[in-house]
Design a protein around this ligand. Structure first.
Ligand code: GLY
Length: 268
């Protein structure tokens, strides 16, 4: 957040070698501020079809406090990603990205991930990934109405412009359940007890050991539920997540709260 903090970080990375050789080279970027939006897209190298937008929650603790993680939970659609911003992103970011990749001979077919920040100067790219995002996919694909295999075939056969990709008029929330101590030191090997009934629970840092599901990583499970309102999706996801049990488990209790305020017009 400050120049001193940035200088200290460079010192730790380049002189104390906190990340070993990976820290021998660094990139200094403009500091961007604003709501973050993840937009995954299908592309066959010619056409880009954005998926429903989503919002990740990167920090380990409630109120966006604590260390950065791989993502502690997501909601979709993202309230900040209005139709107007979507059109701007298509013209200023998505299509130019495809054009630039093609002109460099790097034609790409698959899922292209745009990590965006909506700054006061407009949408800017934070990161690209040539894969689905985690935990964004856990809230995006449950809202896909079109058969995924049909879309994937259209992608590989370069027929994406010929099919319609449609989305459910619904909301989704995913609560990540992590090992206590993540993203720093945490223990592994704790037995996991799952809720009864039919739920969408995605396994990340867990493994089968002697026929039992045990923790094996930092982010252990992602619990997704959908609903007709965002609040319904969030409430259901927490209800299911709270039925998961393992020693020292940790989850944020405010996933989706900022989005709820934004939908209510209280955080714009
Ligand atoms: N959620 C960010 C990523 O998948 O890299």
């Amino acid at each position: 957040m400050t120049r001193d903090e940035a200088a200290e970080a460079v010192h730790t990375i380049m002189e104390d070698h906190k990340f070993g050789k990976s820290g021998d080279e660094i990139v200094i970027e403009e500091f961007l501020e604003g709501p973050e939006v993840s937009v995954l897209s299908f592309t066959d190298g010619n056409t880009v079809v954005p998926m429903v937008s989503s919002m990740d929650h990167k920090r380990a603790l409630d109120g966006d406090q604590g260390l950065n993680t791989g993502g502690m939970g997501t909601i979709a659609p993202n309230p900040y990603y209005t139709e107007e911003i979507a059109q701007r992103c298509m013209q200023e970011i998505f299509l130019p990205t495809m054009k630039a990749m093609n002109s460099e001979g790097r034609r790409f077919k698959g899922c292209l991930y745009f990590g965006l920040m909506l700054t006061k100067d407009g949408p800017k790219v934070i990161e690209y990934n040539c894969r689905f995002g985690d935990p964004e996919t856990q809230v995006v694909l449950p809202l896909l109405d079109t058969d995924l295999l049909t879309v994937m075939q259209a992608v590989t056969e370069e027929r994406l412009s010929e099919i319609e990709v449609s989305w459910k008029k619904a909301f989704a929330a995913c609560i990540v359940i992590a090992s206590g101590g993540y993203p720093e030191h945490y223990e592994k090997g704790y037995e996991i007890s799952l809720p009864q009934g039919d739920h969408q629970i995605y396994v990340a840092g867990a493994a089968l050991k002697d026929g039992k599901l045990v923790t094996s990583g930092g982010r252990v499970l992602g619990v997704t539920e959908t609903g007709n309102t965002l609040k319904e999706a969030i409430d259901k996801a927490y209800e299911t997540a709270k039925q998961v049990k393992f020693k020292d488990m940790h989850m944020r209790s405010d996933i989706g709260q900022r989005a709820l305020k934004a939908y209510a017009g209280e955080d714009r």
